[in-house]
Design a protein around this ligand. Structure first.
Ligand SMILES: NC(=O)c1ccc[n+]([C@@H]2O[C@H](COP(=O)([O-])OP(=O)(O)OC[C@H]3O[C@@H](n4cnc5c(N)ncnc54)[C@H](OP(=O)(O)O)[C@@H]3O)[C@@H](O)[C@H]2O)c1
Length: 220
């Protein structure tokens, strides 16, 4: 694949929110906002993507494993990826202690030899790298063509602002977390409504008590 001309991996952004669009309480608690059926669907989504990714905040706060659990088990696990320019996650995180289960990539500007020693793939980036540049580097280093980004809000906002989101999988649960809860999408710096990214809904269904909606960019 030639670097400059390589296609960016397609991004599916998955969010599990309250009715008022919060992904966690102010203290960062998010397990579990949605019910079992929605969480099973997220597992299926992981299996259908080449990679599952989170931002540094989620990697530190939730310590997720990000494996795709399927029955029968997948022959090959999708890549698990952390977007972490300033390297906040530690080598003791479950992701880096489970490398036998599947490959993990760390995209960072930090000194990551401890992670490489554990078997993780280190993808270098600048300290202020854009989400687009990081996605391009991920694609080039691993060959992944589809990425399921599972949050959190700050990484999601960067992807939305840069126009990198090709699909939204939005799971909405019937509870309210209030304004102090963490927003599904962090600040976008919009001043006018006309600047807002618009999406078109292409699917909606009930999953237990939750609603699962699928969107694509309005212009797609
Ligand atoms: N309900 C859900 O679906 C769900 C899903 C995920 C997380 N959560 C919750 O969300 C909370 C964490 O969310 P969060 O917003 O604090 O963290 P986050 O979005 O997971 O991570 C934010 C960090 O990502 C890093 N990052 C790397 N590349 C970036 C880029 N190009 N642009 C912007 N940021 C980039 C930044 O750190 P650097 O500048 O150092 O790179 C930034 O501080 C937790 O409470 C978690 O439980 C909920």
């Amino acid at each position: 694949m030639s670097g400059a001309l390589a296609r960016l991996p397609m991004v599916t952004l998955k969010l599990a929110t309250s009715l008022d669009g919060r992904i966690a309480t102010a203290g960062g608690e998010s397990r579990w906002i949605t019910g079992e059926a929605a969480r099973a669907e997220v597992q299926a989504l992981r299996s259908r993507h080449d990679a599952t990714a989170v931002g540094a905040g989620t990697a530190v706060q939730d310590d997720p494993l990000l494996t795709a659990r399927a029955d029968p088990p997948l022959r090959r696990q999708p890549w698990r990826v952390v977007f972490d320019r300033r390297l906040r996650v530690g080598p003791s995180a479950r992701l880096f202690q489970s490398l036998a289960e599947g490959p993990v990539a760390l995209i960072t500007a930090g000194e990551a030899s401890a992670f490489a020693a554990l078997g993780a793939t280190i993808i270098g980036c600048g300290r202020d790298a854009t989400a687009t540049a990081m996605l391009a580097a991920l694609g080039q280093a691993t060959g992944v063509q589809t990425v399921l980004v599972e949050g959190g809000g700050v990484l999601a906002a960067a992807l939305v602002a840069e126009g990198c989101v090709d699909r939204l999988e939005w799971f909405r649960a019937p509870l309210l977390l209030g304004a102090e809860g963490r927003s599904a999408i962090g600040p976008l710096g919009l001043e006018r409504l006309i600047e807002a990214r618009r999406f078109r809904r292409i699917g909606i269904r009930e999953l237990g008590d939750d609603i699962h909606e699928t969107y694509v960019p309005a212009h797609a």
